[in-house]
Design a protein around this ligand. Structure first.
Ligand code: I22
Ligand code: ZN
Length: 200
């Protein structure tokens, strides 16, 4: 392998780490209090018989699934199963609703089908503008659900839909990869906080 290529790639990787660290350091200054609000809301919802529904596209779909797995399975410690579902996993629902209605409706129809007042919608969008997440939030709010939104890029359209009952965790970056990396820390912080309130 050409030494120049190796060196160029090594520098790019170093820069990814440095950029990711910088966004996380900025996030640490502005987001912990809002995460605490999210933890309290989620714990209250779960202990009152409610559930958390999570959605997002692409990497954020993976994040939604990752989060639901840690509530149903476990995070770092053993505890009871917690009611969480990712709205990104049923390919029959996703293809039928996408085909018969619109891809914009794939999450909102599940929210209307499964959601109850007191449940939480965890909506994840790095741009804050994905229409299917926006419509899911609109549907959830109509049902009396609370929203925990993970966004970036200033929050996009999603920011304008949220009110003081909701929790907005906006990663301070415009770059999708950096926002997603910060979202993972936020999701693990939510898991850790719920475990802390339930187990300690
Ligand atoms: O994971 C990545 C890029 O890192 C992509 O798959 C990305 O998630 C997709 O482009 C999504 O469709 C972006 O949607 P959003 O985060 O803006 O709502
Ligand atoms: Zn995890």
């Amino acid at each position: 392998m050409d030494k120049n290529i190796t060196e160029r790639l090594r520098l790019r990787v170093s820069q990814h780490f440095l950029d990711s660290i910088a966004v996380k350091q900025e996030a640490e200054k502005i987001l912990p209090a809002a995460v605490a609000q999210g933890v309290i809301a989620m714990t209250h919802c779960l202990q009152s018989g409610g559930k958390v529904m999570a959605c997002g596209n692409g990497g954020s779909a993976a994040d939604a699934q990752h989060f639901a797995a840690e509530l149903i399975g476990r995070f770092e410690r053993e505890r009871q199963e917690l009611a969480a579902i990712a709205l990104t996993t049923d390919s029959s629902i996703l293809t039928a609703v996408g085909n018969d209605y619109s891809y914009d409706e794939v999450f909102s129809k599940q929210v209307r089908g499964l959601g109850k007042p007191g449940d939480i919608l965890l909506g994840i969008s790095t741009s804050g503008n994905s229409k299917n997440v926006v419509k899911a939030i609109e549907a959830a709010k109509k049902l009396g659900m609370k929203i925990i939104a993970l966004t970036g890029n200033g929050g996009g359209k999603i920011a304008s839909l949220l009110d003081s009952n909701d929790v907005h965790l906006c990663a301070p970056s415009t770059r999708t990869a950096r926002i997603q990396e910060t979202h993972l820390v936020l999701l693990h912080s939510l898991c850790d906080g719920v475990d802390h309130l339930m187990l300690d």
